[in-house]
Design a protein around this ligand. Structure first.
Ligand SMILES: [Zn+2]
Ligand SMILES: [Zn+2]
Length: 319
């Protein structure tokens, strides 16, 4: 089968078909979404080599072992695969299993190929009403919903999301569902406009009033400077949620966190079900975030487009 691999360079190569292990499904990939994590991997993040990609939709071809038969179902898949037997897994935190593999990110071939494999337990069926273009946003949207698993956001609270990239916009749209006052700050009027159309207040990042103090600040800039800005705009005893994963090390003076007694929360992958429901019910519209759709054979061009300033989500069609 054809696969998009990263081995220091991005290439389309022929590789053997994957064989699902017991408990896993073989999935015929329909569509992939290029994530900033993929771009970071190409800069050396986690040293990953192999088939890249973790945001996908597909159709189950077959399952192996004594598991629910799902052949023919359209699915999206959670990307972390725990060992299932250690204490962390048994406490329900498989995504933090020290022996975990992560689709296309760590220890497990990714989804940017004609076929991929994942444990059946990781799969979620796509409702009929959702297109692949919408459903492929489930994984990044779930990452935004993770914030609501970690902090209880009240209607009376003020929230600032820093960064008008894909993740920043999705975080702002999810936080808006709580009824809290949500502002999205960024540098791109067209990107801010996408969130504004769905009821989020927006502000050019250089126009955030000096002395602004928000209850919750979400750092989604993807930049090494984001944490400093987040510290600046968080009220004493407020909360910073870190969403960016950047390959570079961050030099930062953390004294404001101590002085202002700020709570800092790291936030990664999240629950798929609320993400699928929000897409299904139309409470979040991801379609304006699609910059372009490329055929898999134009993967190089797709990745170049994804890295261009001004791009949001670039999708890759595998069939
Ligand atoms: Zn991602
Ligand atoms: Zn484990």
């Amino acid at each position: 089968m054809k696969a998009i691999i990263f081995d220091g360079q991005l290439k389309i190569v022929d590789v053997p078909m994957p064989v699902p292990a017991p408990g896993e499904a073989l999935i015929r990939v329909s569509m992939g979404g290029i994530c900033n994590t993929d771009i970071e991997i190409m800069k050396g993040y986690l040293g990953f080599r192999g088939i890249i990609g973790h945001e996908f939709t597909g159709v189950v071809e077959e399952t192996a072992g004594n598991v629910k038969a799902m052949a023919g179902k359209r699915v999206v898949g959670e990307i972390n695969c725990g060992c299932g037997v250690c204490g962390t897994c048994r406490s329900g935190l498989e995504k933090h299993c020290p022996a975990r593999t992560t689709l296309g990110i760590s220890g497990r071939p990714g989804a940017f190929a004609e076929y991929t494999t994942l444990p059946v337990a990781n799969l979620h069926e796509i409702p009929d009403g959702l297109s692949d273009e919408q459903a492929v946003f489930t994984e990044p949207l779930a990452a935004a919903f993770e914030i609501l698993e970690q902090v209880s956001v009240r209607e009376s609270q003020s929230v600032l999301v820093l960064g008008d990239g894909k993740l920043g916009i999705l975080c702002a749209l999810v936080l808006k569902l709580t009824g809290a006052h949500v502002a999205l700050a960024g540098r791109h009027p067209d990107k801010l406009g996408i969130a504004a159309c769905q009821g989020v207040s927006t502000v050019p990042v250089n126009d955030i009033p000096e002395g602004s103090a928000f209850d919750i600040v979400v750092e989604a800039t993807g930049s090494t400077r984001g944490l400093e800005s987040a510290m600046e705009y968080t009220r004493p005893r407020g909360t910073i949620i870190l969403k960016s994963t950047v390959a570079d090390n961050i030099p930062a003076n953390l004294a404001p966190i101590v002085i202002n007694e700020i709570t800092v929360i790291g936030s990664r992958c999240g629950p798929f079900e609320p993400a699928i429901r929000a897409l299904e019910h139309g409470s979040i519209d991801v379609r304006p975030l699609v910059t372009a759709v490329f055929s898999a054979r134009d993967a190089g061009e797709a990745f170049r487009t994804a890295q261009k300033k001004g791009s949001l989500k670039v999708l890759v069609a595998f069939r």
